[in-house]
Design a protein around this ligand. Sequence first.
Ligand code: SAH
Length: 393
Amino acid sequence: MTDDATPVSLPEPTTARPVPGELTFRAPRRGKPPRHLADLTPAERKEVVESLGHQGFRARQLSTHYFERLVDDPEQMTDLPKAVRADLVRDLLPPLLAPIVRRQADDGQTMKYAWRLHDGAIVESVLMRYPNRVTICISSQAGCGMNCPFCATGQAGLTRNMSTAEIVEQVVWAARALRTGELAGGQDGDREHPLRVSNVVFMGMGEALANYGAAIGAIRRLTDPAPDGLGISARGITMSTVGLVPAIDKLAAEGIPVTLALSLHAPDDELRDELVPINTRWKVDEAIDAAHRYYQTTGRRVSIEYALIRDINDQGWRADLLAQKLNRRGRGWVHVNPIPLNPTPGSKWTASRPGVEQNFVERLRAHGIPTTIRDTRGQDIDGACGQLAAATA
Ligand code: SAH
């Protein structure tokens, strides 16, 4: 076995800022992150454990430690012989995320973490407690190639894809933080304030569907029942996308009923070409059709994300056009989640005025479209949607 876990020197990120409208699909290669248990299916784990000279059932024991007990410290694996523990942890539980910054907001009920990956790339995740759920917003790429001009991550360009295990580790860290009471608000034994991560949203850095294999692997690890995975309900997982149509169809065919969120932001091609550059490949109608097919295949109601940008996309006629386009495909299959734009450095855009926002919502509702303004958390710690830029680097 090659020593994958040998630390490498930390190269400077190489990506230059993208020019407006430029899309990046191929992630620069920066050396693979070390192999980790969470990269592997249960069958692959057994194979690898055996190839390392251990008995196959050790794979399940190790999985129980990691996914069920959230333990990666060999000292705590007392059901394994000492030498076996040390080997297995070295070979299958290498550290992937080094915490570099932790910031809190909302009286400690929102927590933003910045992580350094093995090659020096930095990603962020945001953990949020609500009265009846705990949501973590995770990253799937270091940076993003989709170049949406209102999003801080998009402006930074794509550094690299994350591995399945790097994606999953964010959730494992969060689950540990809940167990240790690091996130304010909940109490042990209080069923109203669960100590488990109930919701995972792929709304941090990156376009997860552009890193499809790793993202789907992560979804499987998150949803597989313990000890194979974390046992999180697929219904609690939201995949957010700019609208990569073929990948939406592929996701629908996976048979895992995660919620799909389509970042639309404009109902007309002229404006969407500018706000969401992928629209130059797949138009508004094609993206909405794919979202509708996703609903038909999975039975899961789709969310439409719409960041309300002052005087740019918040006109009443755009609410009407959006409602018409959604209703044309049927009723009850979709709801709209407008969110006031979070400011990003250097951007000329700002959030819609409250009255304008309210009017936009009411016009959608008048057309029978269920609409809820998305709660936004962590704006003061640059932890809100579109603000994750690893400025702590
Ligand atoms: N690449 C995925 C996930 C990224 S962000 C996607 O685009 O869907 C998750 C959501 O936050 C997306 O709907 C995105 O458009 C939105 N967003 C990005 N920047 C924002 C900002 N400055 N204010 C509010 N929402 C923003």
